[in-house]
Ligand binder design. Structure first.
Ligand code: FES
Ligand code: FES
Length: 918
């Protein structure tokens, strides 16, 4: 027990006295001793800025401030920003501008912004960017945060409150936004029963090893607060995995580990005890083995990671259409290249956290997740319970991007709480989160692309290997999705696209915004530029000539019926493209004159396009949404789709409200609770707006029919809730009933509507022919960059992004998704590269800061999807996909060198420039 001292300081304008060890982190004092969980913790190392508070009016990282340092000083946290129920102007502008997505960085951003505004009452953009530079945001791309701070001195922008029938298309503020800007949002680390024991995971320091365990009795004697040490033998069914046929990952390793960071033991007890145990005290006997880290070695080593995959190939993907060899042989122009990519970390700011508690013969888990219903199924399997014995309550989710589709803490907490019959909580450290959770697949891809003299594509031939690491995770999805997309959003008559997902002892690779398509898009977009050069056709024009249109067949033979807006996207960015080409030519001529041909700076413009199948690939993809009307006139959405920051908590009510015919302002909701909602599927594959949006629409329509019947009014009557009455009107006629007089069901609803949607797809045959998706998103992005030829550094100057989203249900949120995707694409292009054991923190693993993000011009294209809710498709993953190839193509335009391995770090760019000039 550390010695405590009496601290006296001013906290949010009031005097505060509390006893705490003087060396304890201020973030811990605020959160654990004072219950002010608005201050978030993303790293405990001064890297993320989530814990930013004001100390005597200046921003500091609370995780780096010792409690003793606040003695006699002034501390302001996010809880101190609002005046009672009245939000500060800054909080209001954050809401109105859509500056909070998942919200985990928002308290830190607000405090940093408060510091900026105190120093600069009417700040410039440069001052704002400078002031926010210490706080990382992985969702927003920072643009809307900067906008919000700049707007704050000028008063709040009033967000629209659309009347009935006008919610779709309105820029309403996030319906769940207020808790995010006040710090009241409860993320996984922000709530747990007071008597919860703590769980600490012991992980493998080896990428491949055997191990044996000794007795834990001496350890328990030395640490009386240690309640239990869980091993593989404590797990009733010790395997999990995304696909029913590949449950290849143990909850706790059983004598053998396959990647660095694999869970081996779980220590459960009081916090001080489990944290005090040194790893050297643990009775683990390691026998390290030579890890197989490279895909080539995995294929040839003869040492399978799993018995069921003797060649270490998890799965092969295949799409073949036409006669590729003949078309390539006859084509007048062909481009060819090999490209490789790195492991990329999700780097959501919220490390995995939550708790589990056993309630009789049921288990309840409160945790961050993108997929509560899959978690329920998986936990039931691991504990050998029925699914109705498992209750998943999603916490607010501090970013996911695919990384929280896999279970992490959930089975460990469930096993511990079930066995010990007391609540158990766990918060991953930042290094633990990065070491143990899935990454983007590194890929090695080779392709050929051919066209005729007019630039019309004739054939695409693609082969890609994807390093899926030690366990399958979403490797199957990546291997199957990539071949469908590998020829790009173009009409190509002959296509052969083959993939493999390969097991290695590397980090697990899984779902990350795009399921492999961001990697393969780099390839076709580079080769298109090569063909443009060969044919002498402008790069945008070449893409426009080949852009797939309604009525044409994709690589899988699917004839697009409608909503294929790539040509519209290209047309939208064309003026900016032409202007940028001319501007960089002028800049480069000046630089050449000043510095000669090999020195100084050069600018370039790149373009890249993408398409993306919305929803699961081929497999069933259903969503069910319910909505009820309450006696108090409020509408309650039983929303099983979790909002990971992408905005489904706002989008789905907007859609449902218009279908129902009542204002969206009447809506309340519960999100993702498996006892209260129906299964709306995963928040992944950019599917919630399209799939759950349709379910929400049908639910709204069903409730509307029910209410109209109840009033005995005609089907086309307009509904309203007025003075506690439900009202229907047509022309001068009116029907009314007192809501308080109506009977309610057990949930408190007087009437309920339910909607279900499963997108129409067909299985693919042995050549990958069929209808894998019901609809596709399209986009074209241009990037303007400046490359320092001497240093190899690349600065992105501007991006234009045109995205066909079918219908923008909420344009502010669509823009926010595009900004955030671009920021992640920029990171992938220029800086992000994960190495297990070396970059497991936000200091060595670089993600874009506010200073890295250029101006972004968003062009929203609405080519309506006939079966989408009010025409909508999806934008979450499409936002990221074209960014890296656009930047890489811009680097080539600026320097003449093709970077074939991402990220294009300064050393790689510099080396490529030097190699070229030799
Ligand atoms: S938690 Fe303090 S900087 Fe990350
Ligand atoms: S909104 Fe900034 S990290 Fe999610």
């Amino acid at each position: 027990m550390r010695a405590e001292m009496e601290l006296a300081f001013e906290l949010n304008g009031r005097s505060c006295r509390i006893a705490a060890p003087p060396g304890e982190r201020l973030s811990d004092v605020l959160r654990d001793r004072l219950g002010l969980t608005g201050t978030k913790v993303g790293c405990s190392a001064g890297d993320c800025g989530a814990c930013t508070v004001l100390l005597d009016g200046q921003q500091v990282c609370a995780c780096l401030v010792a409690a003793g340092q606040v003695q006699g000083r002034r501390v302001t946290t996010v809880e101190g920003l609002a005046n009672g129920a009245e939000l500060s102007r800054l909080q209001q502008t954050f809401l109105a501008h859509g500056a909070a997505q998942c919200g985990i960085c928002t308290p830190g951003m607000l405090m940093a912004a408060a510091d900026v505004l105190a120093r600069h009452p009417a700040p410039t953009e440069a001052q704002v960017r400078d002031g926010l530079g210490g706080v990382l945001c992985r969702c927003t791309g920072y643009r809307k945060i900067v906008e919000a701070v700049l707007a704050a001195p000028h008063g709040a922008v009033e967000a629209p409150r659309p009347e009935a029938g006008r919610a779709v298309g309105a820029r309403i503020s996030k319906l769940d936004g207020v808790p995010k800007v006040t710090g009241r949002e409860r993320f996984g680390a922000d709530a747990a029963p007071p008597d919860a024991a703590w769980l600490r995971v012991i992980r493998s320091p080896h990428a491949r090893a055997r191990f044996s365990l000794g007795s834990f009795a001496p350890l328990k004697r030395r640490h009386p607060g240690l309640l239990d040490v869980l091993t593989a033998s404590d797990v009733p069914e010790n395997s999990f995995g995304i696909f029913p046929q590949v449950k290849d990952q143990p909850v706790l390793a059983a004598g053998r580990v396959r990647f660095m960071g694999e869970a081996v033991l779980a220590l459960v007890g009081d916090y001080e005890s489990v944290m005090a145990i040194a790893e050297a005290e643990l009775p683990i006997e390691w026998q390290p083995e030579q890890p197989v880290l490279e895909m080539d070695r995995a294929l040839s080593s003869g040492t399978p990671l799993h018995e069921f995959a003797p060649d270490n190939v998890l799965i092969r993907g295949r799409v073949v259409k036409g006669d590729v060899d003949a078309a390539l042989a006859a084509a007048p122009h062909m481009a060819e290249g090999t490209f490789t990519t790195s492991f990329v970390e999700h780097a959501y700011i919220e490390p995995e956290a939550g708790y589990a508690e056993r309630i009789g013969e049921r288990i309840r888990i409160f945790a961050c997740t993108q997929t509560p219903y899959m978690d329920r199924e998986e936990i039931a399997r691991v504990l050998k319970l029925r699914e109705d014995q498992v209750h998943i309550v999603p916490s607010a989710i501090g970013g996911g991007f695919g990384g929280k589709l896999d279970i992490s803490i959930q089975p460990l907490l469930a096993v511990a709480a079930w066995k010990l019959q007391r609540p158990v909580r766990c918060i991953y450290t930042r290094p633990e989160s990065m070491l143990s959770t899935p990454k983007r697949h590194p890929a090695r891809m080779h392709a050929r692309l051919a066209c005729d003299g007019e630039g019309r594509l004739l054939a695409a031939d693609f082969f890609g290997d994807f390093n899926t690491g030690a366990y399958a995770s979403w490797g199957n999805t990546v291997a199957n999705r990539v071949p469908i997309h590998a020829s790009g959003p173009y009409f190509v008559p002959n296509v052969r696209a083959l993939t493999r997902a390969i097991y290695t002892n590397g980090p697990i690779a899984g779902a990350f915004r795009g399921f492999g398509v961001p990697q393969s898009t780099i390839v076709h977009e580079a080769l298109l530029d090569d063909l443009a050069e060969q044919t002498g056709i402008d790069r945008l024009e070449l893409r426009l000539r080949n852009a797939i249109r309604a009525g044409q067949a994709t690589a899988t033979g699917q004839v697009l019926q409608a909503s294929a807006g790539l040509a519209l996207c290209l047309t939208a960015v064309k003026p900016a493209w032409e202007q940028a080409l001319s501007a960089v030519a002028g800049f480069n001529a000046c630089q050449h004159a000043l510095t000669g041909s090999r020195r100084g700076k050069r600018r370039g413009v790149g373009i890249a396009c993408m398409w993306y199948g919305i929803g699961n690939t081929v497999i069933a993809n259903p969503s069910t949404i319910r909505v009820g009307l309450r006696r108090d006139g409020r509408v309650f959405l039983y929303n099983g789709a979790v909002d990971i920051g992408q905005g489904s908590n706002t989008i789905l009510p907007q859609i449902c409200a218009d279908a129902l015919g009542l204002p969206v302002a009447l809506f309340d909701q519960v999100m993702g609770d498996t006892d209260l909602t129906a299964d709306a599927g995963k928040s992944s594959a950019s599917r919630q707006t399209f799939v759950s949006g349709n379910a929400a629409r049908f639910a709204g329509e069903a409730l509307r029919r029910r209410l109209v019947e109840l009033l005995r009014a005609p089907g086309d009557a307009r509904l309203a809730v007025e003075d506690g009455q439900l009202v229907a009107r047509t022309g001068a006629r009116e029907w009314r009933t007192e809501l308080s007089a109506l009977a309610v069901d057990p949930n408190g609803d007087v009437a309920v509507g339910e909607g279900y949607f499963d997108p129409p797809t067909t299985p693919l045959d042995e050549n990958g022919q069929g209808v894998p998706y019901a609809t596709y998103g399209f986009a074209a992005q241009t990037a303007e960059v400046e490359v320092d030829l001497d240093l190899g550094t690349v600065k992105v100057l501007k991006i234009h992004a045109a995205h066909d989203v079918g219908r923008a249900v909420n344009p502010t949120q669509v823009e926010g998704q595009i900004h955030g995707g671009i920021a992640q694409g920029l990171g992938m292009a220029l800086m992000e590269e994960y190495h297990a054991g070396r970059t497991d923190n936000l200091h060595d693993y670089l993600i874009p800061t506010v200073g890295d993000i250029p101006p972004i011009v968003v062009h929203i294209i609405e080519d309506p999807e006939p079966i989408g809710p009010y025409g909508a498709k999806g934008v979450g993953e499409p936002a990221l996909i074209p960014t890296a190839p656009a930047i890489l193509n811009a680097i080539r335009h600026a320097t003449g060198v093709r970077i074939t391995h991402v990220p294009a770090t300064p050393d790689r760019v510099r080396k490529a420039i030097l190699d070229q000039s030799r």
